[in-house]
Design a protein around this ligand. Sequence first.
Ligand code: ZN
Length: 200
Amino acid sequence: MPSVTGPEIDRLIQLLARLPGLGPRSARRAALHLIKKREALMTPLAGALQVAIDRIRVCETCGNIDTRSPCTVCTDTRRDPSIIVVVADVADLWALERAGASNGFYHVLGGTLSPLDGVGPQDLTIDALVSRAHDPRVSEIVLALNATVDGQTTAHYITDLLGDADVKVTRLAHGVPVGGELDYLDEGTLSAAMRQRTLF
Ligand code: ZN
């Protein structure tokens, strides 16, 4: 295909195309939009990216991403120190925070165990989680992991390791989504919802 732009704009498009959810076509559109909105969008975006490069770090306690370590969540004294919510990824932590789902602290594993992809316990922050679970202030570890084979394998592995810690290990319920219609659910979800039914 003949190139209609110089290598600089091609490079911008190629980099944008690496973002999740953007294919080459949307990347071209995004690049064009940025170029047209140079003052209003491109310059501030470049500035925000530079700030991110200079200042953003991984929290040494929980694995969240912030401009300081310990992060904003870990230094929030209004939180309940007895609960640690374990998530696979920072995106999951942010999703739970957006939902206001928990008032506890977090622990980001950095992924889930996946023998097929060569991800073992040493690739995740499981050792750090076990040592946090032995903090006498902690009484519950909530495993907020994906309802996938890898997520559940990881949950079982962690539960076994926490056997000698004085904590209750819980996990998220599986079941009917809010606003969900039974007729549209897959059999796995429906049978999990039936098994985990609660008193009305
Ligand atoms: Zn933190």
